[in-house]
Ligand binder design. Structure first.
Ligand SMILES: [Zn+2]
Length: 397
């Protein structure tokens, strides 16, 4: 596929149904060129026409929009953590076609993980009755530092892995391109393609879980940095001389705002809450210890986020995680901390949002990552080319 066809496809993938003339304007191609490219992509089955209900003027033929054909091909996304392996099957527009969880042993070896992923891929395809030849890619979201270009997990504390070439190990078993990426980067890509960051080229995601994770898009591109650590806030020092962190430093954000740190702070105050929901319930009833535990963590998180805002000026900061909800004590205190610590000018254009993540959200992020890579050309479409592929398209069950 040439670069012009690729940019047209990427625009549709990132923006949804678009009129041909709008496409020409957005991609700076002539209307004639867009017509030709669109015809080729339509014939290949990569895009389809969407009829709108009526023209905006109420007269004449309804305008026809173009969009990515969701069932051109399929993606599998996998979340690799120390919990069970969670996998999803999606279409090219993120539509969920299946999911499954597979138990792994504690501290699994790379071979066991790669075999487990391959088994999950086969099971998902079989259950959805998708021809394995139509699997376009597999994304794997890993907690840790990942060299995405090389497909290598550089370091994962949770898995106890260093320098594991996971993409190759999985690729050999599934026969499709495999991408390995940091888990927060994967969720950020999902948000950019389908979620609240759609249409926002500059945004940051901060995840609160076992640790604090982070990811950033700048000018529409996922930032990886020199060593895969761009956007990470976990080990920013918030309390110099504070509690010892697993990394060996003192007073890192992780030691104050990760879930375990919040529950520990609650225990130290004599509370027995082991979930954010339970702590929130106590705080809503005015329990001063629950309020203090949540506010202390949120203040630290908000302070770190305010530095991030000053550094990269995002239009959106999304704080997400298991049991993270808007309009909670935690969210309100985090928002107040951001407001206290950033220049007022930044606040006028900033959207700060909170969103819960389910275990499956991370796997959907991994599938979105594979989709994003296909649309933007980092991942090649099948070697038989998209026009050859069109001839073999069979209707799905
Ligand atoms: Zn640390």
């Amino acid at each position: 596929m040439n670069a012009s066809a690729r940019s047209l496809l990427a625009y549709l993938g990132l923006n949804g149904p678009t009129h041909r003339s709008e496409l020409a304007e957005a991609t700076r191609l002539s209307k004639a060129a867009v017509s030709t490219l669109a015809r080729n992509l339509l014939e290949a089955g990569l895009i389809h026409e969407v009829a709108t209900a009526r023209s905006t003027s109420g007269q004449g033929r309804p305008p026809v929009l173009l969009d990515v054909e969701p069932r051109y091909g399929f993606l599998v996304g996998v979340r690799l953590d120390d919990d069970p392996l969670i996998s999803v099957l999606t279409d090219l527009k993120g539509g969920l076609l299946g999911q499954e969880a597979r138990a792994l042993s504690e501290r699994p070896e790379p071979d066991e993980v790669a075999a487990g992923i391959a088994d999950s891929v086969r099971a998902l395809l079989a259950r959805a009755r998708v021809d394995p030849g139509r699997l376009l890619g597999v994304g794997v979201a890993v907690s840790g530092i990942v060299d995405a270009a090389a497909g290598i997990v550089r370091h994962s504390a949770i898995l106890g892995w260093d320098d594991v070439p996971l993409a190759d190990a999985v690729g050999e078993r599934v026969g499709a391109p495999v991408l390995v990426e940091n888990d927060a980067n994967s969720v950020a890509t999902y948000e950019h393609l389908y979620g609240s960051a759609r249409g926002t080229d500059d945004f940051a995601l901060v995840t609160v879980g076992r640790g604090v994770g982070g990811a950033q898009f700048v000018a529409g591109r996922l930032q990886r940095g020199h060593d895969g650590g761009a956007g990470e806030l976990a080990h920013c020092t918030i309390d110099p001389g504070g509690r010892l962190c697993a990394c060996g430093k003192h007073g890192c954000l992780d030691t104050i705002a990760a879930r375990g740190a919040i529950f520990r702070a609650a225990r130290e105050r004599g509370l027995r809450a082991e979930s954010m929901t339970a702590l929130e319930a106590l705080a809503q009833r005015g329990d001063p210890h629950a309020l203090a535990a949540l506010r202390e963590a949120a203040a630290a998180l908000g302070l770190a986020v305010s530095h991030l805002i000053h550094l990269t000026d995002p239009g959106l900061v999304l704080i997400a995680g298991s049991e993270i909800h808007p309009n909670t004590v935690f969210a309100t205190a985090a928002r107040q901390a951001v407001e206290r610590n950033v220049l007022p000018r930044r606040l006028t254009t900033l959207n700060l949002a909170f969103r819960p993540l389910e275990p499956i959200s991370w796997a959907q992020g991994a599938a979105a990552l594979a989709t994003h890579s296909l649309l933007t050309g980092r991942l090649a479409l099948p070697p038989d080319g998209y026009s050859a592929r069109a001839g073999s398209r069979a209707p799905l069950a």
